[in-house]
Design a protein around this ligand. Structure first.
Ligand SMILES: Nc1ncnc2c1ncn2[C@@H]1O[C@H](COP(=O)(O)OP(=O)(O)OP(=O)(O)O)[C@@H](O)[C@H]1O
Ligand SMILES: [Mg+2]
Length: 237
């Protein structure tokens, strides 16, 4: 579904991604760990095509199509959706946006995510941190993309709501289907790995200083990070 080759990305003259390689198959969920400022969110922004991130070298290929020069809206239409780490405020009622995205079965998700009162309000205006994260999941549920880019979906979310959003994400990822029949993929950035107790990931990658320096089974990688820290990850490189 997604192939990233030797990706180098800059923002405002600063090199952030320094040669990222990553392949994600249909139906696969991959996790990304890494210290603050290592380039995780930048990678998702580059896949989505957000400014001010500029591709200096390399390729992002989605379903066989080169994305490098496509605008954000075309990437969204092709089936890529991003749930932001820090969701921005937008001067538009959420229900208006959801109407525009306009996929069926949305009411069900509004109820599951307890967002009934919030969709009447402007997007994220005065929302608490956890409410913003839930609003992101609702918006991505409306879009039903083939590739979900989830930037720290559980950060700042209370335990009960982590369970609720994980359930919705699993539905969007067709986790109820047999592995071979699943068509949806995801990249999940997480610091604690807590969300991976609920959403099964195939592989985890560690990003340090703009490069993926190691990959492996998610719970094993997480255990190593917890026990030895990222410094040891660097040595392993
Ligand atoms: N628009 C920008 N202009 C200049 N520097 C930027 C810009 N966006 C990101 N950076 C820098 O690039 C580096 C990577 O940022 P990024 O947000 O991708 O990190 P991250 O791995 O997601 O970190 P965190 O775990 O804190 O979310 C940081 O040092 C950040 O300050
Ligand atoms: Mg980030």
């Amino acid at each position: 579904m997604l192939e990233i080759k030797n990706l180098r990305v800059e923002a405002n003259g600063k090199e952030i991604l320094k040669g990222v390689n990553l392949e994600i198959g249909e139906g696969e969920v991959h996790a990304i760990f890494g210290p603050n400022g290592s380039g995780k969110s930048t990678l998702l922004a580059a896949i989505m095509g957000l400014p001010p991130y500029e591709i200096k070298e390399g390729e992002i290929i989605f379903k066989g199509k080169l994305l490098n020069d496509l605008p954000v809206w075309k990437r969204a239409k092709l089936g890529i959706g991003l749930a932001f780490q820090n969701p921005p405020e937008v001067s538009l009622k959420m229900e208006k946006l959801l109407e525009k995205i306009g996929k069926n079965g949305l009411q069900e998700y509004v109820e599951k995510l307890n967002m009934k009162d919030y969709i009447k309000r402007e997007i994220n205006k005065g929302f608490s941190g956890g409410e913003r994260k839930r609003a992101e999941i609702l918006q991505i549920a409306a879009q039903k993309p083939d590739l979900l880019l989830l930037d720290e979906p559980e950060s700042g979310v209370d335990m009960e709501n982590i369970y609720i959003i994980s359930k919705v994400i699993n539905e969007l990822l067709e986790k109820d289907k047999k592995i071979k029949e699943r068509k949806k993929s995801a990249i999940i950035i997480t610091h604690t790995g807590y969300v991976l107790d609920f959403i099964e990931a195939k592989l985890a990658h560690v990003m340090i200083d703009g490069r993926i320096i190691c990959s492996g089974p998610p719970h094993e990688v997480l255990k190593n990070i917890k026990e030895n820290g990222y410094e040891e990850c660097k040595k392993c490189r």
